[in-house]
Design a protein around this ligand. Structure first.
Ligand code: ZN
Ligand code: ZN
Length: 180
């Protein structure tokens, strides 16, 4: 049975073309059928007016409520700033393992000529959160896509795919999910 991953834009038009991200994710995640679904409106319930940011864990709950299991795994792509309590911001968050994740382009944009890196950064963070959905934890290798990015420089340093050890763990997780 093939697993699917659907990209869903949240709120205003993302500053990155989801169709392009989809094509690159299809290359990086060959075992997943990657698609783009209809956008959802800005998740107002997740807005924190004191911080002027969106609580990413609340967005995960909204994604679970508004999308069905038939949609497969869901990756929300937002252009507004995300946080979790205890951190100034996050690039994304995922249920681990689970069906939903969210990423934001807000902190990935950089300035001036750096803007051209946006698509690559989005792909890396999308693969990272998908890895969490598949059950992977953070990896200590700075070049592995599962390395935790605290700053955009961390994202630029890592590759857009799993190291061989993380790749091996995904295989094990998949085998465990086959019944019988
Ligand atoms: Zn992570
Ligand atoms: Zn790794």
């Amino acid at each position: 049975m093939s697993d699917s991953l659907n990209l869903i834009r949240l709120g205003p038009a993302a500053d990155v073309a989801l169709e392009k991200v989809k094509l690159r994710l299809s290359d990086n995640l060959p075992d997943l059928h990657v698609g783009v679904s209809q956008p959802l409106e800005t998740p107002a319930m997740a807005f924190d007016s004191l911080r002027n940011q969106y609580h990413s864990t609340r967005i995960l709950a909204i994604l679970e409520q508004t999308t069905s299991f038939e949609t497969g795994r869901v990756l929300g792509v937002a252009s507004f700033d995300l946080f979790v309590p205890g951190m100034n911001y996050v690039f994304g968050e995922a249920r681990c393992p689970g069906r939903v994740a969210v990423i934001s382009t807000y902190r990935l944009r950089g300035r001036g000529s750096e803007a051209r890196h946006l698509e690559s950064r989005v792909v890396k963070e999308a693969v990272h959160e998908t890895g969490h959905m598949l059950g992977l934890k953070h990896c200590l290798r700075p070049s592995c896509v599962m390395y935790f990015s605290e700053r955009v420089e961390d994202t630029d340093r890592k590759l857009d795919n799993f190291c061989s050890e993380c790749e091996g763990k995904i295989r094990l997780i998949e085998v465990e999910q086959i019944p019988g």
